[in-house]
Design a protein around this ligand. Structure first.
Ligand SMILES: Cc1cc2nc3c(=O)[nH]c(=O)nc-3n(C[C@H](O)[C@H](O)[C@H](O)COP(=O)(O)O)c2cc1C
Length: 183
């Protein structure tokens, strides 16, 4: 965990049920001395509130593009990535993966990622049939080609009641993948 000390991590949270697990990652990394800046899609805020992430990271958690209190004079999505050591998206929904692969920037997570040129690690999580869909595989292969690290989901009981691949990877595995880039 010493890799996290003094580092700035952008944590993009998208709208999957596993969003609640990622609060634990935000907390661990903050305790390890990282500055964790949380960005959430509107769908993510249906599962966990920005206040939860703001409280555990002691940093504002942003969920919209249209802010008017621009401290640095730059829009937040441009400013956020400047000094960040890694951009992590967990959980990464099928929808987010498609938007990122297509170059969309219609929410604070995708638009900030487009404006970021450092290491990116994503941890997909979804229903097993969604995970098996060829569009998800195609979009992930585009992201991998661009150098994005994909932490593969695990297999097991899914929130939808199915059993199969699609569970968010173990938090330790996500952490190891991020630490590798920070180190
Ligand atoms: C209860 C519930 C759970 C969901 N879980 C997931 C999930 O684990 N993975 C996923 O890709 N989509 C999931 N979805 C669908 C996404 O929330 C939906 O595709 C949304 O548009 C994602 O938006 P975002 O990518 O901007 O966060 C879920 C929806 C609901 C209602």
């Amino acid at each position: 965990m010493e890799e996290f000390s003094g580092k700035t991590i952008i944590l993009g949270v998208t709208g999957g049920i596993a969003a609640y697990k990622v609060v634990e990652l935000a907390s661990r990394w903050t305790q390890a001395g990282a500055r964790v800046r949380t960005l959430m899609t509107p769908a993510a805020t249906k599962f966990v509130t920005p206040l939860t992430f703001a409280a555990v990271t002691r940093q504002p958690a942003l969920s919209e593009i249209w802010r008017t209190d621009l401290d640095s004079g730059k829009p937040e999505h441009i400013e956020t990535g400047f000094d960040a050591d890694a951009f992590v998206v967990a959980p990464a929904t099928a929808d987010f993966i498609a938007r990122a692969a297509a170059g969309f920037g219609n929410d604070i997570v995708t638009v900030s990622w487009l404006a970021y040129d450092g290491p990116t690690i994503i941890a997909p999580a979804m229903n097993d049939k969604m995970w098996a869909h060829p569009s998800v595989a195609r979009n992930l292969s585009v992201l991998r080609e661009w150098g994005v690290t994909v932490v593969e989901p695990g297999s097991g009981h899914l929130a939808c009641g199915s059993v199969g691949p699609g569970r968010l990877a173990e938090l330790d595995d996500i952490e190891t993948a991020v630490a590798r880039h920070l180190g």
